[in-house]
Design a protein around this ligand. Structure first.
Ligand code: ADP
Length: 246
């Protein structure tokens, strides 16, 4: 499997505080990798560096073998993301927002793309409302639809189901997984819902205090920690004193 994302010794320092500390990991074609860790572990900072929103202090990010700093525009065109804090313009309708983002990404057949996303994510009843009038769950669904406008090869999903009720979350997960399978893309996914993590992840990367402390399949992590429950593993890792690798 081709490597889509390779992160090497990535570090972010804010003055003397190291938010992300020499982390290295890979995400391969077709893989869904969860990036987990307690609050303050460095997940958001990592995602922001991957999106080129925050500049790393040191280390490298490669997407499809190309350095992100040197090929920023080309590589960002193959990526997309959604996060609860990335709000879409409140005065637009979902259809308008999806159209604007499709145009920003230079999607050629954008009308068809918007229509298929509206269908895929059940946005039909919402398309004429203003985004500001949508519930947080509806906005989240729209945010995920927006993340697919450019058929991304690398998708960064920061808590994509955080404000959804369980059936809606399950349905949205299934749609994300379908689209990713179709596009042979890869996903880096953050979530605090361990059942969700277990359902979607091929691999889990745990961050703690800015370091990668585990990087393995859910099955191997369960074996290694002698725990059936990922939540227990999360708690053990979060309470561990920092070590290079578990
Ligand atoms: P997470 O997403 O895992 O909760 P973050 O990446 O948001 O963690 O934050 C990691 C650490 O870096 C936290 O201790 C946070 O306070 C710190 N941090 C994040 N952004 C800044 C900033 N702009 N200036 C100083 N410290 C920051």
């Amino acid at each position: 499997m081709a490597t889509i994302l390779r992160v090497t010794n990535l570090t972010k320092q804010y003055n003397s505080f190291t938010a992300v500390n020499r982390i290295s990991f890979e995400v391969k074609e077709g893989e869904i990798v969860s990036l987990l860790g307690p609050n303050g572990a460095g997940k958001t900072t990592t995602i922001q560096m991957l999106l080129s929103l925050v500049s790393p202090t040191s280390g490298d990010i490669e997407v499809f073998g190309k350095n992100l700093k040197e090929h920023r525009e080309e590589l960002l065109a193959m990526m997309n993301f959604t996060a609860p804090y990335s709000l879409l313009p409140y005065n637009l309708t979902p259809r308008e927002a999806l159209t604007v983002f499709s145009l920003l990404y230079g999607v050629r057949n954008y009308r068809e793309r918007v229509k298929s996303l509206v269908d895929e994510f059940d946005l039909g009843e919402l398309v004429n409302k203003k985004i500001g009038q949508l519930s947080s769950g509806e906005q989240m669904r729209l945010g995920v639809a927006k993340a697919f406008v450019n058929n991304p090869k690398l998708l960064l999903l920061d808590e994509p189901t955080a404000s959804l009720d369980p059936p809606t979350a399950r349905q949205l997960r299934a749609r994300i997984l379908n689209l990713i399978r179709e596009s042979r893309g890869a996903v880096l996914w953050t979530s605090h819902n361990m059942r969700e993590v277990e359902t979607v992840s091929d691999r889990i990367i745990f961050l703690s205090r800015g370091r990668v402390v585990a990087d393995d399949t859910p099955q191997n992590l369960k074996k290694r920690f002698g725990q059936e429950d990922l939540e227990e593993i999360f708690i053990i890792i979060a309470n561990e004193p920092v070590r290079e690798s578990l």
